[in-house]
Design a protein around this ligand. Structure first.
Ligand code: NAP
Ligand code: SF4
Length: 724
């Protein structure tokens, strides 16, 4: 991983490339200084090259209405500070050219043929032959501007379902002119682009083509077509191939935390067999160990133990989100301190979920990412003793930030474990990465000699009396217990044949679920718990083979888009999810991850009931009432009345929902409560005791339990640390 490699006349100092990410700092020229600092930190952190977020060669190729096409001297001039900062850190700078095609979130969207993607509300019109040729020319001009801005190369974005993919696949290209009608003609668009770029830039300017090694959408390309394309692109002048996996509209997850590490490396290895230029492996590579195994060939594509005698899967690895989580990823690996790396948990909560809602991308475990010029952890001028109550993630990451600034920090945790809600999350199938994140932050705290006192409940008063200058209360949350007849008795084990438990009791294995379970509350934790109930793997990650089988991914070179019939495992239990709201379930889940949870639960045959009132729990099971009318009809009528702002109709529907109800009994043996949380604070932690209010700071779930969220908790703790 640390050995250098020559590509197209440029020396990459090692094999780690920071993959392209759209941070939101690309869209305005005045944000260029922030982008420069973001890249400088990562270049100084040791990566060989940094690929920018995507810039379109023409205006209609924008991802959002306000993007910046890379087609003017003004933008080339503004980017000089970005390339200089990257070079100052010792890395190469590569500009990504991305034409969004029908993924453009604006009314100017264009595509190979007129169509609308399932993930945008805007229909795209078909490009004319003349416009296709002009677009190709624009790629060449954009590459020239990139060279002028100081970039060492460009990455032509040919994957993830953007315009180039749209030309390549029958799914989106129904043209009958020079640009469609046969696989050969569909390939012309990218080949002409590469030729135009090659003709516009010198020989030592790197052309990296990000090729879709797996389309994973119906009507996508086969492996044979992809390999033929690669051969022709290489002849047209490509210096290296980066791997892209799956279109954004694919129904197969490609980067969420439940995708096994290195799950798609096999497809890059197959590409490597057919080309002579270096290839870059991507997706779900988040530790130096996995990177090293992929590069030396010891990675086992079946999952499990390393293999011997295997061929490398590629010459480079591309890591994107792990570089948000830890700019020092490569330096730490090089120093033999991989255990200190701030571990990306592949949650998407602060990066991709932000990008897709037009917020600046940052990182759940590193709130400084993208905010390098704004959230600074400067050395303190007055060293203080800071006591932290609670070793959940807010306490741990807050302690690290305080210690980095030079404060003397100690953590006091009432229980016998660190991690708080993370301890529970890491038991969910597919969330095994959380274990690493906890181990790594503890290793960094140990290196900074921050003591963590377990089994040590403390109040702020006690810590202030013991000589601490400041106290941070990060004591977290406790599960909320709703009230309805029979529940309290069932929680105490006093109802024959039915037990009730909180999600915390279930996940910590304090209590065991039976075979027929009702999950009350369908927020993020309701979904997590349901997945745990149907597929408890005892904390073991799924193997790549099992995962491929579950999601219907095949390595068959002739299978269109490498798709086959999904074959999910048999669910362990019968589960019914319930919520009081009448809206469709799972709407509040993460923008880029929610669909995966909804699909996993649907595959397991989980029943979902909305509009529920909980009446009682007894030996027969859970007694509920639900609206008498058909729920789907009610949802439609409500949404229509809301849109039309028809208050009379809304009132009528609400009365009907409230008053016209039918009774149901769900014959369950177990009820699991996933009904949100309430703050936990040690006595006097509200800071009302005389004289302490200035010195006691409440963060995370202890501050606000509603919509409890590790992203907010960690950011709040780190921002506090920057101020203290
Ligand atoms: P949540 O999202 O607030 O969901 C709890 C649900 O329980 C509510 O939606 C509510 O729905 C129901 N509820 C609340 N009070 C109730 C009561 N007294 N009686 C009956 N039902 C009640 O909380 P969560 O699921 O614990 O998640 C907490 C946070 O963790 C989320 O905000 C999220 O940020 C994070 N998280 C996210 C994920 C993910 O995205 N995959 C996973 C885990 C955690 P009804 O009122 O409609 O019944
Ligand atoms: Fe990784 Fe989550 Fe941070 Fe994104 S927000 S970089 S997925 S840890």
């Amino acid at each position: 991983m640390l050995s250098p490699f020559e590509v197209g006349g440029k020396t990459f100092r090692n094999r780690v490339i920071m993959g392209s990410m759209h941070t939101g700092l690309e869209d305005k020229l005045e944000d260029a200084p922030k982008l420069a600092e973001f890249f400088r930190e990562r270049a100084e952190g040791g990566v060989a090259a940094i690929v920018t977020g995507g810039y379109p060669p023409v205006l209609e190729g924008n991802l959002t209405p306000f993007g910046q096409p890379f087609n003017s001297q003004e933008i080339a001039d503004a980017h000089r500070q970005v390339t200089e900062a990257t070079h100052a850190g010792g890395a190469l700078a590569i500009l990504q050219l991305l034409h969004a095609g029908r993924y453009g979130y604006h009314p100017m969207a264009v595509s190979a043929s007129a169509s609308q993607s399932p993930i945008t509300p805007f229909p795209a019109r078909e490009l004319s032959d003349e416009e296709v040729r002009a677009t190709i020319k624009a790629y060449g001009e954009a590459a020239k501007y990139a060279k002028d801005a100081g970039y060492d190369g460009v990455q032509i974005m040919g994957s993830e379902g953007y315009l180039i993919n749209q030309f390549l696949a029958e799914r989106t290209n129904q043209r009958t002119d020079d640009w469609g009608g046969s696989a050969e003609k569909r390939m012309r668009f990218p080949i002409e682009i590469v030729k135009a770029v090659r003709a516009a830039v010198p020989e030592d300017f790197v052309i990296d083509y990000r090729i879709s090694v797996l389309d994973l959408v119906e009507g996508g390309q086969t492996q044979e077509e992809i390999h033929e394309l690669a051969r022709q692109l290489q002849d047209a002048g490509v210096d290296m191939f980066s791997s892209g996996i799956g279109w954004h509209e694919a129904q197969v997850p490609t980067i969420v935390t439940s995708v096994p590490r290195g799950a798609f490396a096999w497809a890059t290895a197959e590409l490597r067999e057919v080309v002579d230029v270096p290839v870059v492996i991507a997706n779900r590579i988040n530790t130096p160990q996995v990177a090293e195994q992929l590069l030396d060939g010891s990675f086992n594509p079946e999952g499990g133990e390393a293999r011997t005698g295997g061929e490398p899967f590629g010459e480079f690895v591309s890591l994107a989100r792990p570089m948000l989580a830890d700019a020092e990823f490569v330096n730490r690996a090089a120093a033999g301190e991989a255990e200190l790396i701030n571990h990306c948990i592949a949650c998407n909560q602060a990066c991709l979920d932000h990008t897709f809602t037009n917020e600046r991308a940052t990182c759940l475990v590193n709130p400084r990412a993208g905010y390098e010029t704004e959230l600074k952890l400067l050395p303190t001028r007055t060293t203080k003793r800071v006591g932290i109550i609670g070793a959940g993630v807010a306490g741990l990451f807050g302690a690290e930030a305080l210690a980095e600034r030079g404060h003397h920090v100690e953590i006091f945790e009432a229980s016998d474990k660190v991690g708080g809600q993370f301890q529970l999350a890491m038991r969910i199938p597919g969330k095994e990465e959380f274990v690493e994140a906890l181990k790594n932050v503890q290793a960094r705290l140990a290196k900074r000699e921050v003591p963590i006192h377990l089994g040590s409940p403390r109040t702020p008063e006690e810590l202030l009396e013991a000589g601490f200058d400041e106290v941070v209360v990060a004591s977290g949350v406790t599960p909320r217990i709703p009230e309805f007849p029979g529940l309290a008795e069932a929680l105490r084990g006093e109802v024959d044949g039915v037990s009730a438990m909180t999600y915390a009791e279930l996940l910590s294995r304090e209590k065991e679920a039976g075979k027929n379970v009702a999950v009350i509350g369908a927020g993020g934790i309701g979904y997590d718990v349901t997945e745990f109930l149907v597929e408890d793997r005892g904390g073991q990650p799924q193997s790549i083979r099992e995962w491929n089988e579950q999601w219907g991914v095949t390595t068959d070179p002739e299978a269109r888009a490498n798709l086959t019939r999904p074959n999910p495992p048999q669910p362990l239990r019968k589960v019914t999810m319930l919520q009081r709201k009448i809206t469709r379930m799972g709407r509040g889940l993460g923008k880029t991850t929610g669909w995966v949870h909804r699909a996993a639960v649907a595959m397991a045959g989980v029943e979902q009931i909305v509009g529920v009132t909980y009446e009682k729990l007894d030996s027969e099971g859970l007694h509920i009432t639900v609206p008498a009318q058909d729920i789907k009809e009610l949802q439609k009528a409500l949404s229509k009345a809301k849109k039309a702002k028809d208050t009379e109709e809304l009132a009528r529907l609400e009365t009907a929902i409230r008053e016209e109800r039918k009774e149901l009994v769900i014959p369950v043996d177990t009820v699991v409560l996933c009904t949100g949380q309430e703050s936990v604070r040690p006595d006097q932690a509200d800071g009302t005791s005389e004289g302490v209010e200035q010195k006691v700071h409440i963060v995370g779930g202890a501050d606000v339990a509603a919509e409890l969220d590790a992203k907010r908790a960690i950011r709040q703790a780190v921002e506090l640390a920057a101020r203290l």
